[in-house]
Each structure stands twice: as C-alpha cells, then as structure tokens.
Design a protein around this ligand. Structure first.
Ligand code: ADP
Ligand code: GLC
Length: 477
C-alpha cells in the first residue's frame, strides 16, 4: 500500500512531544513490512540541514497569498524514509518552536500555517500525478493536519480513504470564524455536523468528521473520549461516529529506547545486569550534585509541564516523600507557574531535588536509565510514551489509571510492572508513592517487577499489523 502520512512534527527532525516519536517511528515500521510510506511536514527553520539533499522541487503556487508553497522531496537520513517538506518562508521559517513564540504564545497565523500544510497534503493525495506517486491512504495526525480532510470534502473529488489519528483531544485547533476565509475552505462545511465548533471552526473536528476512520492512541482513551469528562466538547461528535472509531496503542522504537543499545547512557544494561542500572543512578546523582545514597529511592519526571500531566499533584505530594529520604529529578518545560513551583522545591531541598527547565533529548535518556521510578499522575493521557520507555529501562512507572497508562501499567495480577492510583488527588498519589517506596526497600520484589517491566514488548512491530488491517479494511470498502 502507498500511504501519505502527514504530521506537524517528526522525530528526529523536530519534536515537542510524543506525536513526533510516533510520526518518526510508525512509518518506519510500516516500511519494514513492505509498504510504501511518504511523510509530509513543514520545512521549519533548520530542517533542511537535517535531511538528505533535496531531490526535487515542485511549486504549488500561492493559494494562501503569503508566498509560493514549495514542495521539497528528501529523505530522513537515519532511516531513509521519504519526506516531502513544505517550504514557505513567511509561514514556517521562524526561530521559535513549531506552534508558539518565545513567550509560549500561539502564532497568530497558525490557522493559515496548518491550513497550508493540510492543503498540500490533500493536494498530493487528490492528485498523485504531481509527484508521480498516487497514495492509497491519507493518514492525518491531530488538528494541524485535520483540515486536509475538509479540503478533500470541499473539492468533492473522488478521494482516497482518510485516517485521522487523535493524539490529544485537548488541542482542537479551533479559531475565530472571522479567520475562516483565510483557509479558502467552503463555508458549506461550517455546520454543527461539519467543522463548526461552539461558534468557531476546528481543524481537529474537520479531521474527525470527514475521515473514513478515526483512531486514538490507546484503547482506553478511545472509550474515555466518548464521555463528557474526557471528551473536551467533542464527545457528542465522537459518540455519533463510534462505528469508525478505534484505539491502537502506540509502540516504542527500541532502537532508540533500550538500555542495551542506548549510546546516550553511561552504562548499558539488560535484565541480567541490573547492577549496571545502579551505576547509571550513581552517575545521575553525581551529575546533579544530589546526595549519592543509592539505597534511597530516586523519582523522576520527564514531561511537558501542563495541567494534563498532573504535575501540580507531584509538587504538593513531594515534600512528605522528601522528608522520608526520597529524591527527585525533574526535566520539563511549559506552564510558567509549574516551572517556578519546581524551581522553588529545588531551592528548598537542594540535596534531594534537581530541576532542569528546557527540552533535552539526551538528558531524558540518562534520567530514564538512572531513576528508580517515573511519576506520571496525568489527568488524562491518550497513550503516554514515557512510561513505555521507563518499563524497558527497568524504571517502574507510578501512574494514574487513565488512557494509555491504564492499558500498559499494572500494579496487580500477574503482570505487575509499576504502581497505579485512580483518583487525581495528592492523597492518592502519595499512597501510590508510599507503596512504591515500600516495594523499593524490598529489593527482591522490586527486582521482580523490574524484570517483568523489562520483558514487555511494546515495539511498533507488535502493533503495525493493526494499522495494516485498518488501512486494508478501508481500501476494500
Ligand atoms: P506528550 O506527547 O503528551 O508530551 P508522551 O509521553 O507521549 O507525552 O511523549 C513525550 C515525549 O517527549 C517523550 O519522548 C519524552 O521523553 C519527551 N519529553 C517530554 N518532555 C521532555 C523534555 N523536557 N526534554 C526531553 N524530552 C522530553
Ligand atoms: C499526545 C498525548 C500522549 C501520546 C502522544 C503520542 O501528545 O498527550 O499521551 O502518547 O500524543 O501519541
């Protein structure tokens, strides 16, 4: 099959969260199974230096009146995956991140930036002769590419099947109606059953409504989003389309994330050499000038600092745990209040808490290898990848039972690999951390859980067939 895979971030070219990991790995896994996948993403500033030399340039004209849209054909060097980069200086060449400026404020023209990306994806999907490659399936991801489904709908051409994957329903890509004309979409689409969303228009809703199949990144989240609590205003829309909705769990790229192969950590290890993990812990404690007692538990956080991730709960829960001798390493960035809250905690417990604000891919590997337990008290979690990475590193996750966390971390039964609590409260988190600490002091049962955790297979290879089945079902309709 030929699959055109559209995303706003793709590892290793650009990454702000799990979407990039998925967009960087699922296409590779599909290619390994013999399918022909091409990616499309904006040529953000600095991207062209990270890809192979450009092989072809196609001018798509100036449909948005902001300058010509150029499609540049290249490959991702690490895995040779073909990629089309959409170049437009006015839209994408900025020093900041892909979505927000330095102050963390959304770019004012995001509706045009991602309408243009979506338009380009739809154009290639509708008219393969432009690139001598006709896709069989168009696979969209999140709101930034959701408009593509709307373009295909409004062009009323015979179109290929569209799959939209929801990585996070919270970001619905909705904009004021007075910005709609700039997308050049037909106003016919602005009904309640179309892409209208509480008096605004939404890229995500377009992706949901006009797709042939909608997936989310875990089975539990696929159920949760049908309820008002998790539906973010889209639960009604989703309930009405349940027959085309399913959940397929994300996988892990174990070439990147495995303690046996990881060249970014000081000491490599596997289930049979857990003493090496202790050396990673010691190195991590040293690196952060924390007290070097390896016999005491070391917790970690690697996360976007947002309400979603429940990090306010950790801030409150932590002092009591620190008084008991635990330590904490935090890597994250986002919400300014949370950033200063964690820096304050570090100031109050300089020997026990280390906080690094920012985005550091290499450091995140050293943390996964060095900590004992990873805290993920998310209020909602479509899938979550950090707990999957943690499991492979014999780092036990402490998670709230929601979304993909509920599908992958178990405290009871015969697959015990972490610690799980239900209620999003400081008290429930503390209880789970206490169970975790008690288990840590009983090294025999701790190591049993570690070995359980490390023996799981959450590879992409294990789930790729579910994607292939879905695509094939759509093609046979
Ligand atoms: P989300 O996509 O909601 O942020 P995931 O758990 O799916 O959550 O994916 C997060 C990804 O981003 C993981 O690869 C994680 O290691 C990485 N990550 C998050 N914050 C940071 C950070 N500050 N520095 C480095 N990597 C980070
Ligand atoms: C989103 C979700 C996260 C998921 C990731 C990749 O950012 O918040 O739970 O793992 O997408 O699908």
């Amino acid at each position: 099959m030929k699959i055109l895979f559209a995303a706003s971030e793709i590892y290793p070219l650009i990454k702000t969260g799990g979407l990039a990991d998925v967009a960087g790995a699922l296409p590779v896994a599909l290619r390994k199974k013999g399918h022909d996948v091409k990616l499309i993403m904006p040529a953000y500033q600095g991207i062209l230096e990270k890809v192979a030399p450009i092989q072809k340039r196609i001018n798509l004209g100036n449909p948005f009146g902001v300058g010509d849209l150029l499609l540049l054909e290249s490959h991702i060097p690490a895995n040779d995956t073909p990629i089309w980069l959409l170049q437009c200086q006015a839209l994408y060449e900025r020093e900041d991140g892909p979505y927000v400026d330095k102050r963390g404020v959304d770019f004012a023209d995001n509706h045009i930036r991602f309408a243009a990306l979506s338009w380009a994806a739809a154009t290639l999907a509708a008219n393969g002769s432009l690139i001598d490659w006709q896709a069989d399936i168009l696979h969209l991801n999140d709101w930034q590419t959701g408009f593509a489904a709307a373009y295909l709908e409004s062009w009323k051409t015979e179109h290929i099947p569209v799959v939209t994957t929801v990585h996070n329903l919270r970001y619905n890509g909705s904009f004021d109606m007075d910005q709609f004309p700039a997308t050049h979409l037909s106003p016919e689409l602005l009904s309640m059953h179309g892409m209208e969303f509480y008096g605004r228009f939404s890229g995500l809703k377009a992706g949901l409504v006009y797709a042939d199949a909608v997936t989310t990144v875990s089975p539990t989240y696929a159920q949760e989003i049908l309820t008002p609590e998790y539906g973010d205003g889209l639960d009604g829309t989703l309930r009405a389309m349940q027959d085309k909705l399913s959940g397929i769990l994300n996988g892990v790229d174990y070439d990147q994330w495995s303690p046996e192969k990881d060249t970014l950590i000081p000491h490599r290890y596997n289930q049979n050499s857990l003493d090496q993990k202790r050396l990673n812990k010691l190195a991590l404690l040293k690196e952060n000038n924390l007290s070097e007692d390896v016999e005491q538990p070391l917790f970690g956080v690697i996360s976007r600092l947002t309400e979603q991730k429940g990090l306010d709960l950790i801030l409150e829960a932590m002092p009591a745990m620190l008084e008991k001798g635990a330590r904490l390493i935090v890597l994250g960035s986002g919400d300014k209040n949370l950033e200063s809250g964690y820096l304050e905690l570090q100031k109050n417990y300089p020997d026990q808490v280390s906080v690094r604000i920012g985005y550091f891919e290499d450091y995140s590997h050293r943390i996964q290898a060095g900590i004992d337990a990873l805290l993920i008290p998310s209020r909602f979690e479509p899938c979550g990848l950090t707990q999957l990475y943690a499991l492979k590193y014999g780092t036990l996750p402490v998670v709230r039972k929601t979304g993909g966390l509920a599908d992958t971390v178990f405290e009871e039964g015969n697959r015990q690999n972490g610690f799980v609590f239900k209620e999003a409260s400081v008290h429930s988190l503390q209880e789970a951390m206490e169970r975790c600490i008690a288990c840590f002091y009983d090294q025999q049962s701790w190591q049993e859980r570690q070995k359980n955790a490390m023996s799981y297979d959450y590879s992409w290879e294990a789930v790729t067939d579910q994607w292939i089945d879905l695509y094939q079902t759509l093609l046979s309709k």
